[in-house]
Design a protein around this ligand. Structure first.
Ligand code: ADP
Ligand code: MG
Length: 780
């Protein structure tokens, strides 16, 4: 039977566990319970001129490889998951001299997606993460003698939707079905055994997770097996590695002092690359070992002999003894920072320390005695629980939930398979229901990690769903469009994370002219100036995945559902449309040009919605190219004031109203050119489209009488709209002129025109539409 497991996909280390009767950590192939989250791409030597293959190694062996080939070995990929290249945290990494692996923008992706470059090939963080998951599951499968199919995977409580989505993608790439993405602190609380933190009363628990690269704090209230997240804090860049770095600096400083070296960093830099990498790698490994030893012992030694040479070519040995006291002094700044962050979180969420019932310490760095002491100092020793296996706690908690979520699982009484729906074991009569409740994970209530907003036309942010709302949740709001003939709707959704606005995705709707007319028909009060309204439902599921559903109130057929935060090719296209509209509005283009742009954009939006195949999630290449071409076309047309749709309308209206003045051959010719231009608007290249436009334009201009009549009609239409009393005269003018044309009375025609045209020109000037704006906003 395929197995369900719990996985802690950590920044530094990962672990995988299964709950049978007890929770067990499943050792990897190297027979270790912890797998370093390290992935190396090793280029195999080229043999006999054949091109070398790359081999992917994960875990301990990859970590060893780091010393030889740091440029192709990735650590802490979790920091890059779901992040854009421009993200300040990513930029911080890119500019860090210790970051040896190249991180850059993805060549083909949204302008903001990033990749790691290993052996000249691009890999997404998801792909790298999936290699870690693959190893964990393959090794576990071998140990369990079965395939691992389902998993609860833990993620930091602060992960936003994009980061979670990236994690889900990594799992999919590894062929794992995710039962749930579980916040790490909740997993930690579960692993502590709810008996310790679950009474009849509500318990408020602080989870203090001090790992290798990150420090995560969470406050949960737990009652009757329900976990409610109250607040989170910490620092993404604080952890055991900072301590290692301080120890390295300390060891080098002592070595320099003892050997009278002025600048030991410069000396290390001068070493041949291989020696330098080996030395730094060994030093890092040794200080970490010393740190770990000091969690139990009073003294540790760091010794590296026969590797470094000084300027004179003499060997320079490292030989430093570190005492617990010295260590405690050295790490004091890190401890202080951690305790400051703890205090700050409690202040932020208005929970004084004495209202915290339990503090749960997990993460590898929670082994460190002076850290435990500092936490005990703040909360009182009796409240502080240090996990027996702090680095395994989260995987264990995930395994318990995974077990609970499995459709069938092994009975805790006899170990035989029982179905999720059974309340007592059919094999041994064990009370399964009672057991589940005792385990306390009957129902886990997650809550939103952030506030969710939508931006209104005036720049105001409308709060859609508040932080800490229990999940899943759903909220519907009605917004108004801002202009009565508005054909575009653009909604921008945001998260607010630590005071910083983070886009979670946009939703675009295009309303074609025909639909717009139907909407007006549906408007109850038939008030011409009434604007349309749009119902928007924002849904967030247990995994914080956000989807939006929008439909026009007056015409529910205009409807769209979309999952946000995908960061895919369609987003890039939408962004281009947005930029184009902003630029057009700044340039104050003529009304007709903006009308034409709007029509083109409405149809392009329909295409962009088809760019990603909803089933496979893949880019549909022909549609992508078409949409891209049409955006570019729209931009160039607007720059050159070319109005294809207005020309079509003009020609069609000329045929409808004055076609009888033309031969049937001429009518058919114009109709053919109209149809051709329509087709080119949808699928033609810029050149093809332009040529179809010029062709129709030239053709119509050739029928002078028709053009003149259309001018008078336009004046009549303007009057109809703005000053109906004046429309009648133009109507008579048209009838008289048509009469003269049919009778081929040139003299009468000339006299009429001389009289009519000054009035026509004046009217057209008077009511000219002037410049236009493309509206796409919403308001309340
Ligand atoms: P992460 O959650 O970032 O993957 P872990 O919880 O696995 O990290 O913690 C790894 C960190 O814990 C490393 O920096 C490691 O050096 C440190 N660590 C592990 N064991 C001990 C110990 N006994 N004493 C002090 N630090 C330890
Ligand atoms: Mg961790």
């Amino acid at each position: 039977m395929p197995k369900s497991v719990g996985i802690d996909l950590g920044t530094t280390n990962s672990a995988i566990a299964i709950k049978k009767i007890q929770v067990e950590i499943i050792p990897n192939k190297e027979n270790e319970r912890i797998t370093p989250s390290c992935v190396a791409l090793r280029q195999k030597k080229k043999l006999l001129g054949l091109s070398g293959k790359t081999e992917c190694i994960v875990g301990k062996h990859a970590l060893e490889w780091l010393k030889q080939d740091p440029a192709n070995t990735v650590t802490a990929v979790k920091r890059l998951m779901g992040r854009s290249f421009d993200n300040p945290e990513v930029q911080k990494l890119v500019s860090d001299p210790r970051q040896v692996v190249t991180i850059r923008r993805q060549t083909r992706g949204t302008e903001n997606s990033l990749v790691l470059v290993l052996n000249d090939k691009e890999y997404t963080p998801e792909a790298i993460s999936s290699e870690i998951l693959k190893k964990l599951c393959a090794d576990a499968g071998a140990s369990l003698k079965d395939t691992v199919e389902f998993a609860v995977i833990t993620v930091p409580a602060y992960f936003n939707d994009k980061q979670k989505h990236a994690t889900r993608t990594a799992a999919a790439l590894a062929g794992i079905k995710v039962q749930r993405l579980l916040p790490e602190p909740t997993a930690a609380a579960i692993s502590f055994g709810v008996d310790q933190v679950n009474d009849a009363d509500v318990n408020t628990v602080l989870v203090f997770d001090f790992g290798g690269g990150t420090f995560d704090l969470s406050v949960l209230t737990i009652s009757g097996g329900q976990f409610l997240e109250q607040g989170k804090g910490g620092n993404m860049w604080l952890g055991g590695e900072d301590i290692d770095r301080q120890l390295m600096d300390h060891v080098l400083e002592i070595t320099a002092r003892e050997n009278d070296i002025e600048d030991i960093h410069a000396l290390i830099d001068q070493q041949p690359d291989q020696v330098k990498n080996q030395f730094l790698g060994e030093l890092k490994g040794l200080v970490e070992q010393a740190k770990i030893r000091l969690s139990q012992e009073q003294e540790a030694y760091i010794e590296i002999l026969g590797l470094l040479k000084d300027d004179d070519g003499d060997l320079l040995d490292v030989d430093v003894t570190l005492t617990r006291d010295r260590f405690d002094t050295l790490v004091q700044p890190v401890v202080n920072t951690a305790m400051d962050l703890t205090r700050r979180l409690l202040t932020d969420i208005h929970i004084p320390t004495d209202l915290i019932d339990r503090v749960l310490l997990v993460g590898g760095s929670s082994h460190i005695p002076c850290i435990i002491a500092a936490v005990q100092d703040m909360f009182g020793a009796e409240k502080v629980l240090v996990h027996d296996r702090p680095m395994l706690a989260i995987a264990e908690g995930a395994a318990i939930l995974s077990h609970r979520l499995s459709e069938s699982y092994e009975c805790a009484g006899c170990g035989k398979s029982v179905s999720q729906t059974e309340t007592t074991c059919p094999h041994c009569g064990f009370d399964l229901e009672k057991h589940t409740i005792e385990q306390g994970v009957l129902d886990i209530v997650h809550s939103t990690a952030h506030d969710y907003y939508v931006v209104l036309e005036n720049g105001e942010k409308y709060l859609f769903i508040e932080k800490n709302t229990p999940l899943p949740c759903e909220q519907t709001e009605v917004f108004k469009l801002i202009q009565e003939d508005q054909q575009l709707v653009h909604m921008k959704f945001f998260n607010r994370v630590n005071e910083i606005e983070e886009s979670i995705g946009d939703l675009w709707l295009g309303i074609d002219f025909e639909t717009l007319n139907k909407c007006w028909d549906n408007l109850a009060d038939a008030d011409e100036s009434a604007v349309l309204s749009i119902g928007v439902t924002l849904k967030i599921d247990e995994n914080n995945l956000v989807s939006v559903d929008a439909s026009l109130r007056e015409f529910p057929d205009v409807h769209l559902s979309r999952t946000l935060s995908r960061g895919r090719a369609d987003e890039t296209l939408f962004r281009k449309v947005e930029t184009m509209i902003n630029e057009a509005n700044e340039k104050k283009l003529s009304f007709y040009t903006t009308q034409d742009m709007t029509t083109l954009i409405v149809s392009t939006i329909q295409d962009i919605h088809q760019v990603i195949d909803p089933d496979s999630g893949q880019v549909v290449e022909p549609v992508h190219q078409l949409a891209e071409m049409n955006i570019e076309k729209t931009r160039r047309f607007s720059e050159n004031d070319i109005t294809c749709y207005s020309t079509i309308n003009f020609a069609q209206s000329a045929l409808d109203h004055f076609g009888m003045l033309l031969s049937s051959t001429d009518q058919a010719l114009i109709q053919k050119k109209i149809d051709h231009l329509k087709q080119m608007n949808l699928t033609g290249s810029y050149e093809e489209n332009l040529s179809a436009y010029e062709d129709l334009d030239r053709c119509i201009e050739g029928f002078t009488d028709i053009v003149i009549l259309m001018q008078i009609k336009k004046a009549r239409d303007y009057c109809d709209q703005h000053d109906p009393d004046r429309a009648g005269t133009f109507k008579d003018d048209i009838a008289n002129l048509m009469d003269a044309i049919i009778k081929q009375d040139i003299k009468l025609k000339t006299t009429l025109l001389e009289e009519i045209f000054p009035r026509v020109d004046k009217t057209l000037d008077e009511f000219d539409y002037g410049t236009g704006t493309i509206h796409k906003g919403i308001t309340r």
